[in-house]
Design a protein around this ligand. Structure first.
Ligand SMILES: Cc1cc2nc3c(=O)[nH]c(=O)nc-3n(C[C@H](O)[C@H](O)[C@H](O)COP(=O)(O)O)c2cc1C
Length: 357
């Protein structure tokens, strides 16, 4: 059987079992999602920072560019305790950075970030082929509503315990994400620091515990990574950083350039940017102790980021990236998919199936 005929590919009508990982933080784009879906994979859009109206508009924009299936992604756990408070200590932390960037101190918003429960009706209304989510499990009612609307559900696990919980709740497939992955460490049963398993261990451990399809994420940037993940039992793969580096993503140019530079050699897991543990390129801000919890910390560093991008100050902005960033070669999403497909086709034709008792 060809690697392309995976359960996920069959269920969603994909010609390659490759998912473009969703990006929060304004880095997803309808063009990227549609390009991947038009190339036979599953494009995704990270919508956790969008208002309900914006979610509907993004779905329309993607549909105008592709007839293929796509995923919309939300964060179930949308705030941490104390994540809604801007303290005096945080303002003191922020002041020197504002001075350095020539910025006024920000006015505090009425609310930090969006609420999952307000976003979900808009997502259901938009009815994407796939609803993918992180930081928890939606309620039984929401999952049932997805089934009624034939929306395929895709939960994310950083441990086998989380994968089992997702399967038991009735989620259709699980993304097993290793610590190599770029972006947030999306643990929900335990502290993220206690769920730092690499893909080489996590994939087979999850595969051995669940019967739903397992999609491997974290550290996959070329055909070798796909072959390895599938040899470990994954049904499909989800790739983030390599798509983020393509010109179709909404990552600022300075971020994409950094992914192709020597700076890409060193990534760190840090709470500095958002208050939650996440992987990005090491820089000055990544070494800070965050004064606030999520989402307030994300809001204050987001305020700095807008000015930092304009001034080319990559030391004062998040530069999300996974550990395999130095393996990236493509600037164009369709070329990336073609090259992944060819590399894996070649490897699979050379592999003889191994018989085990
Ligand atoms: C900038 C960035 C933002 C991300 N935001 C989200 C998100 O909002 N939701 C989500 O499910 N995954 C998110 N991820 C994870 C990716 O979708 C994907 O699983 C991960 O990047 C795979 O690992 P890799 O970067 O090693 O390819 C993000 C990753 C990056 C790099």
């Amino acid at each position: 059987m060809s690697w392309r005929e995976s359960r996920l590919a069959h269920r969603l009508g994909l010609t390659v079992p490759i998912v473009q990982g969703p990006f929060g933080g304004g880095l997803s784009s309808p063009v990227l999602a549609a390009t991947v879906s038009n190339s036979g994979g599953l494009g995704s859009f990270g919508a956790h920072q969008l208002t309900p109206d914006q979610i509907g508009r993004v779905a329309e924009e993607i549909r105008a560019l592709t007839d293929g299936p796509f995923a919309l992604n939300l964060w179930v756990g949308d705030r941490d305790p104390e994540g809604d408070h801007l303290t005096d200590r945080a303002l003191e932390w922020l002041r020197p950075y504002c001075q350095e960037l020539g910025l006024e101190m920000p006015k505090t918003p009425e609310r930090y970030g969006q609420l999952f429960e307000e976003q979900i009706p808009a997502l259901l209304e938009a009815s994407p082929a796939v609803f993918s989510f992180v930081y928890g499990i939606p309620s039984r009612q929401i999952l049932e509503e997805c089934r009624n609307r034939e929306i395929f559900t895709l939960g994310t696990a950083t441990s086998e315990k989380e994968a089992v919980a997702l399967e038991q709740a009735g989620v259709d497939a699980v993304v097993a994400t290793g610590l190599e992955a770029g972006g947030h460490r999306v643990s929900f049963l335990e502290k993220a620091e206690n769920c730092l398993m690499g893909s080489m261990s996590l994939i087979p451990r999850v595969v051995d515990r669940v019967t739903i399809p397992v999609i491997a994420a974290g550290g996959i940037a070329d055909g070798r990574g796909i072959v390895a993940a599938m040899a470990l039992g994954a049904d499909a793969v989800q790739i983030g950083t390599a798509f983020l580096a393509c010109h179709e993503s909404a990552a600022p140019q300075v971020h994409r350039e950094a992914l192709f530079s020597e700076q890409a050699a060193t990534t760190v897991l840090t709470r500095a940017f958002t208050g939650r543990l996440a992987r990005g390129l090491a820089n000055r801000l990544s070494r800070e102790q965050p004064p606030l919890a999520y989402p307030a910390q994300a809001w204050i560093t987001g305020y700095l980021k807008r000015a930092a991008i304009l001034q080319g100050r990559t030391d004062l902005m998040s530069l999300w990236a996974g550990q395999s960033a130095p393996l990236i070669r493509h600037h164009n999403a369709a070329d990336l998919i073609t090259s992944l497909r060819q590399e894996v086709d070649k490897a699979y034709s050379a592999i003889r199936p191994i018989q085990v008792n």
